[in-house]
Write a protein that binds this ligand. Structure first.
Ligand code: NAG
Ligand code: NAG
Ligand code: NAG
Ligand code: NAG
Ligand code: NAG
Ligand code: NAG
Ligand code: NAG
Ligand code: NAG
Ligand code: NAG
Ligand code: NAG
Length: 697
């Protein structure tokens, strides 16, 4: 009794390998109970004695060049055969004999494999083939009869397979074919009879394949096709090529060279939901789009359209016409009452009459970045009226020098507002009062010289603030007022050289602050000394000349305390002996400065010009004392904050010795100039008044 039990247990545990030993170059059981994986760079032939009960066989990464006749003919149970990443170039006739029940054959990445050298009926033995995968090869062609016996074929993946052509009939009459991926090949022409017959694909991918022409009615019998991608090819037109695709849902024709469309080009595409024609050379869509009654999403970005009509597309929801030559807002926006997204950015639109968007009361997102009318004159007070559902407004790249606050009062409910890439120098306390629900405010790449604390006060739920790319030399204590909801703050690429000790202390909810790509050499230790429930990430390492001397000691000390409020990672740019080292790896005692007496800075503006005439130059001196050497910056009556070599303000330059040189003064330059200097021990400033004599001419 005992003995029987033991025998049975052994039989179960050892399973197949007891009956059929595993070949030494293989691992059995790798791919499920009857799966066998073989490989090894030295292997030049298929292993002998592969267990005949194998269900999956994977022979990968070998030097095998040939699949000999009948090599698998004892493997009656094989369902999947994977022969990827070998050197196979020869497949002998009869190589797949006996694999009648197999459903998957993968021959990917066999760089020498060409179907010109293989028996065109090589797959006829694999009657039950459903998936044929052969990516990354040099197949050259698909012979006419290649798949003709594989009536069960469902998926063909020939991405990057080195195909130069498709022979007529090679995909004909394959009733079960569902998805064919022919992208990333060098096929230049789709002939009339490649896809004909009664095949019924759902998806055909022909992206990135150098197709220059498609013969008329090439897909006519593919009534079941839902997705057709012919993007990134070289088509100049699609004349009659798409006829018959009555059920097509998605059509990608982007990134071709299509110059014009015919009225009938899309006439059968009555179900089409998404059409991408971006990155072509269209000057006009004519009436080609007017039949697309189901169309929801239309992308026409990067063409040369001078006009556009949405007539005949009542269901449009997402519309992108960025980067065209539209001189006016498309007419009759009242036809697209369901529109949710409208992007008309980067067009030379000359006028934006009030109430023009009034019919778009479902619109969620509007992008009017870089349109000529705003560049010239700002946004008219009634430009946005009627946009009752708008959530996101983008008005970037428009040379705005102030916030179009009156226009914004029509879209009080918005949550995302981008005014990046404008010329805004200052913000007013009332600029955002009407849009106080904004949670994501983007003010990147403007000319803001200070954090606009007062302008931020109205926000009740500001969570993301982007001030990157502004000339913010100095962040003073308590710059962010009451912004306790702020979670993410971006201050990268902002010319920062001095951050005051309490600069971030009021940001109780912040998760991340980005100060990468500035001119920071040290940070005050007190930056971290305040109560917070959780630490924040300080992204600081990249693009700052961190100098690991005594100035970084308090910060390093504070960061290395368990439970501190910052997570950061700073590598030193200097001094030479610590270049490239992690600040945290340098003992505190080694963070020293070469000063006889360390002291907070002093500033002396004596010797500065007291007066000059409008149009004449002026020099304001600032002699800085103290050790270690302090960073200095000037604040001018025009609100500029200028540090040495800052190039943002043409005609204003701070030299290495601290002197501010104004090349030719203007009337607004009269007033108090303040020179501020800061090192880790403190800050000093002195003001100097410049008088300007206005010379009447
Ligand atoms: C193919 O599968 C069927 C059904 O599972 C089986 O009856 C037949 O013997 C198999 N053919 C071969 C050659 O193994
Ligand atoms: C082979 O294909 C036929 C027809 O589709 C099917 O009935 C049979 O079950 C398949 N055999 C196996 C083992 O999948
Ligand atoms: C603004 O739009 C014009 C086309 O009207 C385009 O040529 C230009 O590159 C765009 N500018 C930016 C900064 O995107
Ligand atoms: C701002 O948000 C609050 C809370 O979600 C909401 O009650 C209020 O109506 C919103 N204000 C506007 C002008 O949409
Ligand atoms: C605050 O903004 C977040 C998005 O940042 C949003 O999910 C949330 O609903 C907003 N809360 C209120 C009260 O509007
Ligand atoms: C923060 O806001 C509250 C309420 O709006 C106000 O009472 C308080 O004075 C503000 N604190 C600061 C530092 O601005
Ligand atoms: C710190 O300074 C000591 C003494 O000058 C030196 O021996 C040591 O290598 C330094 N440590 C590092 C990490 O540079
Ligand atoms: C500016 O005025 C001060 C005080 O009157 C004087 O000492 C100084 O020399 C003047 N500076 C210049 C450059 O003339
Ligand atoms: C960075 O700051 C140093 C010291 O103030 C200055 O010499 C240098 O020109 C600044 N560099 C830039 C790019 O602002
Ligand atoms: C300039 O500074 C002086 C002295 O600090 C002050 O009295 C004067 O009001 C200031 N002028 C301006 C325009 O700020």
């Amino acid at each position: 009794m005992m003995k029987a039990c033991v025998t049975i247990l052994l039989c179960i545990v050892v399973g197949t390998s007891a009956r059929y030993p595993c070949p030494p170059e293989c691992e059995c059981g790798e791919l499920g109970p009857h799966g066998i994986a073989c490989g090894g760079e030295d292997m030049t032939h298929f292993p002998k004695n592969i267990p005949p009960n194998a269900v999956y066989l994977d022979v990968e990464g070998t030097k095998i060049t040939t699949i000999p006749k009948g090599v698998f003919n004892k493997l009656h149970h094989l369902i999947g055969l994977i022969l990827d990443q070998n050197q196979i170039s020869t497949i002998e006739p009869g190589a797949f004999q006996g694999l009648t029940n197999m459903s998957l054959l993968s021959l990917s990445t066999n760089p020498g494999l060409s179907l010109t050298k293989v028996d065109p009926l090589i797959l006829k033995d694999i009657q039950n083939l459903t998936r044929f995968l052969a990516q990354n090869n040099k197949l050259i062609t698909i012979p006419t009869k290649f798949f003709s016996e594989n009536k069960n074929l469902r998926e063909v993946d020939l991405q990057n397979a080195g195909l130069l052509e498709l022979q007529p009939g090679c995909f004909s009459n394959l009733k079960n074919l569902f998805i064919v991926d022919l992208s990333k090949n060098q096929i230049d022409k789709i002939g009339a009879n490649v896809f004909t017959g009664s095949s019924n694909f759902q998806t055909l991918l022909l992206s990135n394949s150098q197709v220059k022409s498609i013969e008329p009615r090439a897909f006519e019998t593919q009534e079941e096709m839902l997705f057709l991608m012919i993007d990134h090819n070289m088509l100049v037109s699609v004349r009659s090529a798409l006829l018959g695709l009555k059920n097509l849902l998605t059509l990608a024709l982007n990134d071709n060279k299509i110059v014009s469309l015919n009225e009938d080009d899309f006439k059968d595409l009555v179900m089409l939901n998404s059409l991408d024609l971006s990155n072509n050379e269209l000057m006009d869509t004519g009436n080609a789009l007017a039949n697309l009654r189901s169309l929801g999403s239309l992308n026409l970005n990067n063409n040369r359209l001078t006009k556009l009509s949405f007539q005949g597309m009542p269901l449009l929801t997402d519309i992108s016409v960025s980067n065209n030559l539209l001189q006016s807002i498309p007419e009759r926006l009242d036809v697209i009452t369901h529109a949710r997204i409208l992007d008309i950015s980067n067009n030379p639109i000359q006028s934006l009459p009030g109430g023009r968007f009034a019919s778009l009361n479902s619109l969620l997102k509007l992008d009017i970045s870089n349109i000529s009318v705003i560049q010239d004159g700002g946004l008219a007070p009634d430009a946005l009226t009627g946009l009752h559902s708008l959530v996101e407004l983008r008005v970037e790249n428009n040379e705005l020098n102030k916030v179009p606050s009156q226009a914004l009062s029509a879209v009080k409910q918005i949550q995302i507002l981008s005014l990046s890439h404008n010329k805004i120098e200052t913000l007013d306390e009332n600029d955002f009062v009407s849009v106080s629900n904004v949670s994501n405010l983007q003010l990147a790449n403007n000319m803001l010289a200070k954090v606009p604390e007062k302008a931020l006060r109205p926000f009740t739920n500001l969570t993301q603030l982007d001030l990157s790319g502004n000339p913010l030399v100095h962040i003073s204590d308590w710059s962010f007022g009451n912004s306790t909801t702020l979670s993410s703050l971006r201050l990268s690429n902002a010319k920062l050289s001095v951050i005051d000790p309490a600069a971030f202390h009021d940001l109780k909810g912040v998760h991340s602050i980005d100060v990468t790509n500035n001119n920071l050499t040290w940070l005050p230790g007190d930056l971290l000394k305040y109560d917070r429930a959780f630490p924040f990430y300080l992204y600081a390492d990249q693009g700052n000349p961190w100098y690991c001397d005594c100035q970084m000691k308090p910060f390093s000390e504070a960061v290395n305390v368990p439970g501190q409020s910052v997570i950061t990672n700073i590598h030193c740019s200097g001094p030479e002996k610590y270049k490239g080292q992690n600040l945290g790896d340098i003992p505190l005692a080694n963070l020293t400065c070469d000063c006889e007496h360390q002291e907070a800075p002093s500033v002396d503006t004596s010797g500065s010009d007291n007066s000059t005439a409008v149009g004449q130059p002026a020099k304001l001196r600032c002699k800085v004392g103290g050790c270690p050497t302090a960073h200095l910056f000037w604040t001018t009556p025009r609100g500029f904050v200028i540090s040495p070599h800052l190039t943002e303000y043409t005609g204003y330059d701070v030299q290495d010795d601290g002197t501010l040189v104004i090349m030719a003064t203007v009337a607004e330059d009269a007033g108090n100039y303040t020179c501020t200097a800061a090192n880790y021990l403190g800050k000093a400033e002195q003001s100097h008044k410049l008088k300007l004599d206005i010379i009447e001419t």
